[in-house]
Design a binder for this molecule. Structure first.
Ligand code: ATP
Length: 515
């Protein structure tokens, strides 16, 4: 694996993403726009493949889940009803010396994570001391230092929760001071007061009088689903439990936006709202937790990269919530949220719109507002998870080096490279013939320029699972070599066999069958 540069753990990924056409800074010729990125020719393919894997796993594989595509602009009252106008705020704090701005709650959470890692270090030390007879559980509950650390974590969590709920920002600041949190840039503890900052972008609709028609760029896709709940239920004759899925852009004026595509101001979400009978929500919540984790692990990315993080500080709408966290180069962070949102949203839309959003349950002959389980994953974060975990630097047996993106085959931007060994002797024409057949089934790429070794390296660097090489033998017996990205082994295959052989290995259906 590539060595991680402590000062910027994402450096390799960012440089590689740019060099190989995955991600460019937005409007780069004008020096870019912070926390906004464009996907390049390979990036868009990878992104589309992730979408396809999610969409098919949700909509195509489940008879009781359907999809929609709602508008980004919504009636402004939507955001009053959802709570975003009043409560979609982050507490921010500035360091007076570095002039850097931070989310106050994130600073505290990072301080808690540091204490957690101290516990882990104590456990590792003890394990070294006691060896196989080490009882981790017992150690964690009885070692005085660990017990004290845990007490501190619990007390800090409880205080942060209370202060956030009660909007007691003086206490949030007091916590930062008591935890002796210093600015990572200036190293000083010279902080401003904590202030509230609404994350929604607003704009004006039409040529209306100033301020009269403020609308928002949606900060999440979920509300487009809630307001369409009855439209979909009635037109699709859906019976509970059923889900509505959506992939689309969301916008947040994030305070901290220094982590590449992990935290963007314009990003994409893949969300699914699953409507259930009240009282059954926690069972469904558990089930969706497992279903979603399985979807992730099914990609074959090392299992230890995933973990659940249960929320202690529940959002105003939730009665249970957790994140699936991924081990990004910047540490374990939220990749997907799974929330039991109760009937908060539908009820609130009923109140604000004056329209009934009840479901008539013909089995029980009663009418009620359904409860909702939501699974919400950031497409860009998923992209970052795939890209960063697949980046590998290898030293080969002959001492040479290669960079290879070990992207799960089904997600790879280009599935197959078609390469004439040399650019003459009738080999390019034969390779073109193969390309023209395969392009109906796969995203294929024809490449004749440079030595074959260089072309293999280029395909390794963008994660192409297979390269077909057309050589002189091809002209004699209609066979080609098929080279695998990971093993670099080449097998000889007859041209009519190619489609089946490649399809068997790179198809998204393989992933779906294993779910
Ligand atoms: P965070 O705590 O990291 O700000 P969140 O809890 O606000 O995230 P949700 O509102 O639960 O996030 O959004 C669902 C998903 O959308 C997240 O799990 C994440 O993958 C993605 N997401 C949220 N904000 C951003 C962002 N600014 N850039 C990229 N993806 C995002």
């Amino acid at each position: 694996m590539a060595k991680i540069d402590e000062s910027n753990p994402l450096k390799h990924t960012i440089a590689h993403a740019k060099e190989y056409g995955f991600i460019f800074p937005s409007s780069e010729i004008y020096d870019g726009l912070s926390a906004t990125y464009d996907y390049g020719q390979n990036g868009v393919q990878l992104k589309n493949n992730i979408k396809e894997y999610w969409w098919k796993a949700m909509v195509q594989m489940n008879e009781n889940i359907v999809g929609i595509d709602a508008a980004i602009f919504m009636h402004p009252t939507t955001w009053k009803a959802s709570g975003h106008v009043d409560a979609f705020n982050d507490p921010l704090i500035d360091n007076k010396d570095s002039k850097k701005r931070y989310r106050a709650d994130t600073l505290i959470e990072e301080a808690i994570a540091k204490i957690e890692s101290k516990i882990e270090k104590e456990a590792e030390k003890a394990f070294k001391r006691f060896g196989d007879s080490f009882d981790r559980e017992q150690f964690l509950t009885t070692n005085q230092r660990v017990v004290d650390y845990k007490k501190k974590i619990d007390a800090t969590n409880a205080r942060l929760k209370k202060a956030t709920e009660e909007k007691d920002f003086a206490d949030v600041k007091a916590l930062i001071e008591e935890l002796e949190i210093a600015c990572p840039v200036s190293g000083s503890r010279n902080w401003t007061d904590v202030r509230q900052f609404n994350l929604m972008f607003s704009t004006e609709l039409g040529a209306s009088a100033e301020g009269a028609n403020t609308i928002y760029l949606r900060p999440e896709t979920a509300q487009g689903i809630f307001v369409n709940f009855l439209n979909v239920q009635k037109s699709g004759r859906m019976k509970l439990p059923f889900g509505i899925a959506q992939i689309g852009k969301a916008f947040r004026n994030e305070i901290i936006a220094r982590q590449f595509i992990f935290r963007m101001r314009e990003f994409e979400q893949m969300e699914m709202q699953f409507f259930v009978k009240p009282g059954e929500e926690l069972e469904w919540y558990e089930q969706w937790k497992q279903t979603r984790l399985k979807w992730h692990k099914n990609l074959g990315i090392a299992e230890e990269n995933y973990r659940f993080h249960d929320h202690l500080n529940l959002a105003h709408y939730a009665n249970a919530a957790c994140d699936i966290e991924f081990n990004f180069p910047i540490g374990f962070k939220e990749l997907e949220g799974i929330h039991s949102r109760t009937d908060f949203d539908l009820k609130s839309h009923e109140e604000h719109s004056g329209k009934k959003l009840h479901y008539f349950d013909s089995d029980d002959n009663e009418s009620y507002v359904p409860y909702v389980i939501e699974t919400s994953i950031g497409l860009d974060r998923m992209f970052l998870a795939v890209l960063s975990s697949s980046y590998t630097d290898e030293t080969l047996e002959d001492g040479s080096e290669r960079t290879v993106l070990k992207i799960p085959y089904a997600l790879a931007p280009i599935k197959v490279g078609v390469l004439p060994l040399i650019n003459k002797d009738g080999l390019p024409e034969k390779a073109r013939e193969i390309m023209d057949k395969l392009k109906f089934d796969f995203q294929a790429q024809y490449e004749a320029k440079d030595s074959i070794g260089k072309r293999y390296r280029r395909h390794d660097a963008i994660g192409t699972p297979y390269c077909i090489t057309v050589d002189h033998q091809t002209l004699e017996d209609d066979t080609v070599t098929l080279r695998n990205r990971d093993t670099m082994l080449q097998e000889r295959i007859s041209i009519p066999e190619l489609k089946r052989q490649i399809e068997d290995r790179v198809s998204i259906n393989n992933l779906l069958r294993q779910l």
